[in-house]
Design a protein around this ligand. Sequence first.
Ligand SMILES: Nc1nc2c(ncn2[C@@H]2O[C@H](COP(=O)(O)OP(=O)(O)O)[C@@H](O)[C@H]2O)c(=O)[nH]1
Ligand SMILES: [Mg+2]
Length: 300
Amino acid sequence: MDENKITINWYPGHMAKAKRELAESLKLIDVVVEIVDARAPAASQNPDFDDLFASKSRVVLLNKSDLADPSVSKAWMKEYRTKGISAGEIVSTSNSGKALAVRLIEEAAREEVERMKAKGVNKTIRALVVGIPNVGKSTFINRIAGEARAKVGDKPGVTKGKQWVKITPYLELLDSPGLLWPKLENQIMARHLAYLGSIRDEVLELEELAWNLIRELRSICPDALYARFKKLDDNTPEEELLDAVAKSRGLILKGGVLDTERAAKILLDEFRSGKIGRITLETPIKTENQPAEVPDGKEE
Ligand SMILES: Nc1nc2c(ncn2[C@@H]2O[C@H](COP(=O)(O)OP(=O)(O)O)[C@@H](O)[C@H]2O)c(=O)[nH]1
Ligand SMILES: [Mg+2]
């Protein structure tokens, strides 16, 4: 096995269960709301989406847009518009985007609602929130449901314990999200998810991950990176990137050895919490080229 490859061992049992639950939920809903991370909309999107939800109206929400580069988010919105995909930028940790999300979901169901209206039925739209781990599904559901989080009542077929939450008189949301597993075949995309914290850190080689992130940030936003870590600059050789981060923060162990392990953790933490800046790892155009642009893995 390639040493530089991000290897993740999903529990096949969990994956199968998530898939089964998703299939169950899908039978009951009209609209699928896919949450992606605005910092990596390509990597955090599940490519099976197209097949899985072919028969459903869909809405894509770029969540955590407070952490993403606003101009790149605009480019993504344009890309979705071009492709005829209904999309919006939101921040689930605030109320921003709540009204937008409701409007997009209602719009996605409009055709079906009108069709039913013609038959004299006031259709209630049922929506399911889906996404890979850590994109903010639960936060979004809690935010949009608000005090309405009270039980709407058990509906047959819904996995035990799941509830419908009334958002507007004619819109209900399933209170537990559909979990999709990320696709990790593409190493660059896999890494992006790891940078964002969508893959549990325990299964990753953090120093290698941080080292790769520094390289990417160096090409995306060198100024923001160098401003945050003063010992890093354009002249820092690749093999000393993590050392420079450690030096920037005085992370020195006994005997003068640089604590690159802590440096890696700090760098990842600061990236994830937006302290280095509002950074988006993928642009609509770059996504296609990225595997060629960013060398895959560390040269030993
Ligand atoms: N900055 C920011 N953080 C968010 C946003 N939405 C969710 N989070 C954070 O992302 C983490 C994962 O959220 P969670 O809802 O548990 O994700 P889930 O695994 O998809 O259900 C939590 O720490 C949330 O507080 C957002 O819009 N902005
Ligand atoms: Mg959750």
